[in-house]
Design a protein around this ligand. Sequence first.
Ligand code: MOS
Length: 750
Amino acid sequence: MEQIQESKVIGVPTPRIDGPLKVSGSAMYASDHHFPGLLYAWPVCATVANGTISRMDTSVAEKMTGVVAVYTRETIGKLYRVPPSDGFSMVVDERRPPLADDTIRYYGQYVAVVVAQTMEQAHAAADKVKVSYRRDQPVLSGQLLTLPLTTAKPEEKSKRGDTAAALKAAPAKVDAVYKIPVETHNPIELHASVAVYDGQKYTLYETSQAVVNHRDVMAAMLGVPPEQVQVITKFLGSGFGGKLWPWPHAVLAAACSRNLRRPVKLVVSRPMMFQNVGHRPAIEQRIQLAASADGKLTAVQQDYVNHTSILDDYDEGCGEITPFLYSTPNLLVTGGLVRRNVGNPTAMRGPGAVPGLFALESAMDELALELKIDPVQLRLMNEPSIDESLNIPFSSRHLKECLTVGAQKFGWSHRTLEIGSMKRDGLTIGWGVAACSWIAARIETAATVELRQDGSARVACGTQDIGTGTYTVMAQVVSHVTGIPLTKIDVVLGDSSLPPGPISGGSWVTASMTPAVLEAARNACTAMLVAAVKADGSPFKNRKQEELEFVDGTVRVKGHAQNAVPMGRILQAAQINSVSGTGKSEGTFGDPKPKLSFHSYGAQFAEVTWQPEIARLRMGRVVTVIDAGRMLNPRAARNQIEGAVMMGVGMALFEETMYDERSGAPVNNNLADYVVAVNADTPEIDVTFLDYPDYELNPLGARGVGEIGLAGIAAAITNAVHHATGIRVRDLPIRIENLLQSPASGVSSV
Ligand code: MOS
């Protein structure tokens, strides 16, 4: 593939071009949209997790002040199921349309929706809808690995060699079970829909990480052609995967607008965020490792089970990274599902890899201890030369350098092996390491670039900026090709009517979007040269196109900078408003016969401090070294990794959604009781990018960054905790109760 090495804008730390809009409060998020005649919808949520609606009385609610309508299964109108599909079209987490039947399968399931003049009126009336249930005991807990599996037997995800035999024969072994509780996405921006139906067309302002898919799903569920639906998400207050696919509230809002011919706003409340819009499922993983006495892996087995909802099959895919991370002749990964009375789980930042690496990288630490080999060394010793699961080369892999650079920056050589042996300022310190990886891919993208009479450019692509910096990177790519400064480039995205762009998922937007935007910008420059030689009034009229070049927003005879004419002047003279070019790039994701293994890599080093006298555990610092291709905007990229590390701190130390066993209600359904890492928990974070371009993926060598930063953090922390305390926490989050048994603890547990 073409390789672009030199650039004045690519690779330069660049402040977000949308920053001023955000800090001035003028960026329009979904729920900011307001229209004349706007009504507010508030759903009625089931108060049981398993049962049947036996009676519903809406009469009180209907008479309340401001109430316009109360919709139930009988009155909401026709809603359809989306057809099954592969890939990234028609993806929806909950396939059953809202209010489709009277069976309750999870706590909070929508059973009715109230529409009123104000949100408060709608909320108050929703509370007065009386629903009676025949209730059954919900199924919520139990050891996942020992429960009967929903899938007849665990599915084989990857296999090579004879794992059973190798496990039996090995001199060194680890066999342990690792657990992750339900984690709930808590972006600051609540999910929201503002639906505007004008009798023909739906304009839907949504919190979406994938506007094109959202349009197609909504069209299918509403039973109209996609041209009659437009989905707009100009800004997103983060999503973390929770906003990748449409949820039932969006369908309810659109249906209410359809029924009333009025704009309808529905904002999902924070408590509803814990039950109606996905979560990372509860997961149990058994990891078995076998190695020779000198530390060479001979077998790896990973058996994972995650919970899913009653009706939909969400597979967390915990075995995604295991098959290629280390060299081993024998490997087996299996996965299974267990049904629970919960809403459907969904992708949460780094789905599969993040929980999978917690287990695998914890087990690697346990193996290192067993073998008395340094954990960094153990990983270096088991570096594969090819992707052994597919027998293909890596596109670009520098995991060893991540580990050695990280070790050096962290000061790893000063680590002493014995538990609790390292002290500083009266604190016990623990050091842990984990390797990480994340898939890199491109998905099909189209884009257009326009060059305009006023000297500005416009770039359009039906992708989204979910807070990660897509606006800025798109402008950088256009600026790189055209030489037009960032301040004169308008980026238009977040609208399903634009050329279809990638989902903001998998950290794939940058890799997917750049080849299409490069091509579109180049085609726009060519269109400008065509206009220069052909259009009446152009100062270059009748010259040969090959004699001209487009440089820094001007057209000139090749090499003759002194005669350069600004593009705006040519268009003015020719009375043309703008010229444009289109670009397209193919997807690589899901290629059944890939020639290369595309992944990013990293090494996470964590320090914790431990005060055994008062059982106080604190984060010390994190050194993270990331090999994720070329960083197009190192400033935004660093911000992504720092944020991801903080999510890793939350995963390791705090996050856990708890359910009432009787009602099935998430009980810590607010930001006071569901603890996320905050500024006070922030360790010193040292981010290093190796910055090796991956030219096999796209001409700029970009892979993508975001999710990789979370992968491995929880294991690095639990490994550090073990080093400080001697306690191996295999069941997240780390609770202080776990550590009271520490041999290095002076606190006796009562
Ligand atoms: Mo990411 S969990 O693919 O939004």
